[in-house]
Design a protein around this ligand. Sequence first.
Ligand SMILES: Cc1cc2nc3c(=O)[nH]c(=O)nc-3n(C[C@H](O)[C@H](O)[C@H](O)COP(=O)(O)OP(=O)(O)OC[C@H]3O[C@@H](n4cnc5c(N)ncnc54)[C@H](O)[C@@H]3O)c2cc1C
Length: 600
Amino acid sequence: MFAYRPPLKDIQFVLADMFQAASVLQHYPEFAEIDQDLMQQVIEEAGRYASEILFPLNAVGDAEGCRLENGQVKTPAGFASAYHQFCEAGWPALACDPEYGGQGLPHTLNSVLYEMLNATNLAWTMFPGLLHGAYSCIHRYATDDIKRTYLPKIVSGEWLATMCLTEPHAGSDLGLLRTKAIPNDDGSYRITGTKIFISGGDQDITENIVHLVLARLPDAPAGSKGISLFVVPKIFPEGERAGQRNSLICTGLEHKMGIHGSPTCTMQFDDATGWLVGEPHRGLAAMFVMMNSARLQVGIGGVGIAETAYQNSLAYANERIQSRAVNRPESRKNEPADPIVMHPAIQRLLMSQRAWVEGGRMLTYYSALLLDGAEHHPDPAQRKEMDEQLALLTPIIKAVMTDQGFAGASNAVQIYGGHGYVCETGIEQYMRDVRITMIYEGTNEIQAIDLLMRKILADKGHRLGQLLDTIDATLAANTDKAVSVAVTAVQKLTATLRDLTERVGQASLEHPVLPYHVASEMMRLTGHCILSWLWLKASQTATALRNNDPTFYDAKRHTADYYFTYILPETLQLAGVVETCLARAQTQGLQDFRGDLNVQ
Ligand SMILES: Cc1cc2nc3c(=O)[nH]c(=O)nc-3n(C[C@H](O)[C@H](O)[C@H](O)COP(=O)(O)OP(=O)(O)OC[C@H]3O[C@@H](n4cnc5c(N)ncnc54)[C@H](O)[C@@H]3O)c2cc1C
């Protein structure tokens, strides 16, 4: 039967054994009271909520989907009640400022929560998934009046929020958007335009919805430097029109591949009243706060979904009897066939899933700790450094972990064979649902370009260099002989990445198209540098703690070994592509394939 078991032991391994998260967090004055027991308690409670309340609704939401009736969206049975339980337990407020009713707990705990929510019900998680981004954006950029009106309702979860960016002709390129904002005499604005693909644009879960809308002022410069951000409530919260509806409506719902329980709405704004958030024409900068929060969350979701896919395909592989295994034990000599988990091909699929899930968990929790440090470290220089590191890691987490979320779900379907492709087993829903994560919050191609152009080449590789210095210093200090081969491989990889970054940067001056050809390879190479460093740390930690639980820690070391033996060599191919493109750029030049593509 399809199931989800919160991976509490592995979460504890990453947070407590590897990163000593509680003691790191205790150094920040706001988290002085945090200890391991408190963290464990919150994590166990989150696991209970996700597995007992959300997981049973996942298939229901998929089968039932959302409906639009007279301009009002109806969500699947049970979704609203699950959300109200979520709010009653205080989950939306977990990592929010106590000044606005938040619990003031670390983002690290919020990340664990969101891994489990995504693992059990991605469609439902889309509703509260945007709350934290909206909170951060308003908290940082809005006026005190707006903060006072909206933040307590967002923090408590009483009102949900949306992110209204996309228009029919403006997807990845938000500079093309046309929605207009005309100033009123009282300081508010009239917003008019059509937004598409808006998750949770309307729903029957909360009485009010806070839309964060990108639009252009009349004097706006063309392109992305002329976009402003507005808060536009569905129902006016105060003033003369308190309780009345704003002039905005959901005019359509998309039929789509997955996440059927999440309404993807076309929203029509007709002179809807909104208020400016942040400075005029600087809306994208403000919206990036929301998008970065959402990107981390989407990447964490990739890990969670891959976890559920792994758990279930492993259970299936242990039960499904098919073909004789080459290395069958003596005890099964007289059986006609063996569990498919005995076949090396299936073991490879499972170990790949496991290595990516556990590695992804290390990467996302490491980043969550950076986020806590970037906000709460007492030393401003440290805060800045952590913030910059996080900016570097965000596109990698979003793109690499969603690619692997899909790959993990696809591997799981493969393990189920034909029984995975048909609907009864439940695994195909995961593969359909997770596919969108590679597209929304900035497609994975856009993430790769953002990483290489804005986060690496724009500062001449400085930030990346600092990260690689940290990795190299840990490698040089290694004394564990068991991982010496892996250490050498990672040392080679960091040297390769430094070298390629330098050469791609140089070559791009003469061949500006080059980085766009190799951005995806450079992103995966950077991702592997960090993952391999984390896997070394995991392996060393497991060796040190082995006697406490030899079965668990040996499995961890073997998974690390699997990553280094079967997965890391992917970097040779990736570096090979970048090398070849560099060579081609300098000899015959890089091809523009458009003409060839259109040859029939
Ligand atoms: C289910 C769902 C929920 C969504 N939720 C929201 C939401 O809540 N709010 C919201 O505002 N939007 C939302 N979106 C929209 C989503 O963010 C966009 O679909 C996404 O940003 C891509 O835009 P697009 O679909 O127009 O594709 P395009 O921008 O048209 O891209 C098409 C392809 O071209 C590639 N491409 C485009 N530009 C470049 C480039 N410069 N270099 C290389 N490749 C490029 C893309 O990577 C992609 O592969 C949602 C979409 C879906 C399907």
